[in-house]
Design a protein around this ligand. Structure first.
Ligand SMILES: Cc1cc2nc3c(=O)[nH]c(=O)nc-3n(C[C@H](O)[C@H](O)[C@H](O)COP(=O)(O)O)c2cc1C
Length: 402
């Protein structure tokens, strides 16, 4: 049941099964550091009742950010603001999601675009927004592994009780997992074992750098939903290789090229509207040695319960908890408390997805500013987002691009 505690491998026990899933807040202050806006936002989620809160992705390398408002944690960061962020949610544990964007950096940031192979993002005419990435040399790969481990150690020092390694949604680790992006013929490409090597080595490197009581999770796609891409059987195998070396594996799906939504996926499979990955990802539940978490399309108590009844240990919610941070408390109290997500009629799928995402990001920023404005219409939110982003962009370029 949603309110059952869950003991984790690393020794802590989560007080219930509802997790606030990662949402990139784009709220970095100067130096790509957190400031009082993130503290305010996480205080809000701390009071919301989730058993675990996962931060928006934090970059492991300041030269490579997905968005210019992203937080970075590396050797040059001041840990004080991270300490305040880690404790902002009070008793609720906050795990930091750590990520490297790989080829998913926008050209205008001037940031470093690395990838397993020189394969550019393919989203029609919008592909031009992304550079052709530099194929990584062995040294680049070793450097990235080291950076994930360093960021995890620093997160630990700052008081975060765990990290989640982002291996989903088409960012660097997921690029390595994908045979469409990873065309290497060395030990980092080819077979699934080789494509999963980066993830498995990052997990080992993080484990080596922290104590056994520190939590480690992985966010993995159940499928990329692309023909010839990372698929459910690959996910099953990767979960098996992860074994019990992590506390849990969060299953999600899709990437910028497939953009799954409850409508249709790039490989033309249809998804049910609520908890839309439950049937697909549910196929991994019986054999997994590690607790699984499922995220995607959970907007009310009944859907959250269905995920747990299907055998998942944890249920993640992102959009719903941006709109209604106290939803977990209400769901735990037996209230169905449905949350209606923002929707848009914009025809282009990538632009529509960006507009809906901007509406949610705008909502996070409004809570961070101490206001409580409901999500704006996605088209308006997209315009406001462009404006806010341009301010982050000039600062990022000034401070981090040589
Ligand atoms: C505004 C926004 C930002 C997001 N940022 C991240 C992120 O930083 N890391 C991540 O793993 N997923 C991110 N996601 C994806 C969510 O964690 C989640 O997997 C997805 O939104 C599906 O869940 P939902 O239907 O509950 O929103 C983001 C989603 C939204 C809406």
């Amino acid at each position: 049941m949603l309110d059952s505690p869950l003991p984790l491998r690393s020794g802590t026990t989560l007080r219930n099964r509802i997790v606030k899933a990662a949402m990139e807040e784009q709220l970095a202050g100067p130096g790509q550091q957190p400031d009082e806006r993130l503290e305010r936002l996480y205080r809000r989620w701390g009071a919301g009742g989730a058993g675990l809160i996962i931060t928006g992705h934090v970059m492991v390398d300041r030269r490579a950010v997905a968005q210019p408002g992203d937080i970075v944690l590396d050797e040059t960061s001041d840990l004080e603001p991270f300490r305040r962020w880690a404790s902002a949610a009070g008793a609720a544990p906050v795990w930091m999601q750590i990520n490297h964007p790989g080829r998913l950096v926008l050209r205008d940031t001037g940031a470093l675009a690395l990838a397993p192979s020189a394969v550019q993002v393919a989203i029609g005419s919008l592909s031009r927004l992304y550079p052709v990435p530099k194929p990584m040399a062995e040294q680049d790969i070793r450097d990235v592994i080291d950076r994930f481990a360093t960021t995890a150690r620093l997160a630990r020092e700052a008081g975060f009780p765990g990290v989640e390694i982002h291996a989903a949604h088409g960012y660097l680790v997921s690029q390595f997992l994908s045979p469409l992006v990873n065309r290497r013929d060395d030990e980092w490409g080819g077979s699934l074992r080789n494509r999963a090597r980066l993830l498995l080595e990052i997990v080992d490197a993080v484990r080596d750098r922290v104590d056994p009581g520190f939590g480690i999770a992985v966010k993995l796609n159940s499928a990329d939903f692309q023909r010839g891409g990372f698929a459910i059987d690959d996910a099953r195998q990767v979960v098996e290789w992860l074994g019990d070396s992590v506390d849990f594996v969060e299953l999600s799906g899709g990437n910028i090229e497939s953009l799954i939504s409850p409508e249709q996926t790039a490989d033309h499979s249809t998804l049910a509207r609520e908890a839309y990955l439950i049937d697909l990802a549910g196929r991994l539940v019986d054999r997994a040695a590690v607790p699984l978490m499922l995220t995607g399309g959970v907007r009310r108590r009944e859907a959250a319960e269905r995920v747990i009844e299907r055998g998942f240990a944890l249920v993640g919610a992102a959009t719903a908890l941006a709109q209604q941070p106290e939803a977990p408390r209400r769901w735990l109290a037996g209230d169905d408390a449905p949350v209606e997500p923002p929707c848009s009629m914009i025809r282009s799928k990538p632009i529509r997805a960006a507009a809906v995402q901007a509406a949610i990001t705008g909502r996070l920023q409004s809570m961070g500013d101490g206001r409580d404005t409901p999500p704006r219409a996605p088209t308006v939110a997209l315009l406001l987002d462009r404006y806010r982003r341009s301010r982050h962009l000039s600062r990022y370029r000034r401070d981090h691009v040589g």
